[in-house]
Ligand binder design. Structure first.
Ligand code: 4NP
Length: 155
């Protein structure tokens, strides 16, 4: 059975699509499935934000085929690991959990890079274009750590 990892942000158009694309590119497809979702419902069915698609393209990743969807309670059982981008995503996701086992699956993604520091991936949606570049680099670094850990643990 493949290991399943879910990336979660607010809109599922800026940060989590990048996190999905980056982590998926670092893991063998045969053993791992990576998906993403938003806590909000505004962008269901939509393509990622054009600025996220562009920054991914610049780094040779195609995330343009992804489609926005909303996080649901079913995701707690469907996924082994749930990575959220910021503390407000954390609260919104954990609010839907039924038990401690589900809560334990949810981690702030930058805690893999900076353990215990609870650093947010800033929301670049209302910001300037270079916000996407810095978000890409944060996600790239933390996904590198995550991929190494997952490969070591699950092979
Ligand atoms: P994301 O960014 O959570 O990184 O996808 C956002 C995208 C859209 C909105 C908020 C955040 N929005 O309010 O529409």
């Amino acid at each position: 059975m493949p290991v399943k990892i879910l990336m979660v942000c607010l809109g599922n158009i800026c940060r989590s699509p990048l996190a999905e694309g980056i982590l998926a590119s670092n893991l063998p497809k045969k053993n791992f499935i990576v998906d993403s979702a938003g806590t909000g419902s505004w962008h269901i069915g939509r393509q990622p934000d054009s600025r996220s698609i562009a920054i991914a393209n610049k780094h040779k990743l195609d995330i343009s085929k992804q489609k926005g969807r909303q996080f649901t309670k079913n995701d707690f059982d469907a996924f082994d690991y749930i990575y959220v981008m910021d503390i407000s995503n954390y609260r919104d996701v954990v609010r839907l959990a039924d038990n401690q086992e589900q809560i334990n699956k949810v981690q702030l993604i930058l805690n893999e890079l900076f353990p215990g520091e609870n650093v947010d991936v800033p929301d670049p949606y209302y910001g300037v274009a270079h916000g996407f570049e810095s978000v890409f680099h944060m996600l790239d670094e933390t996904c590198d750590v995550i991929a190494k850990k997952l490969i070591e643990k699950h092979s």
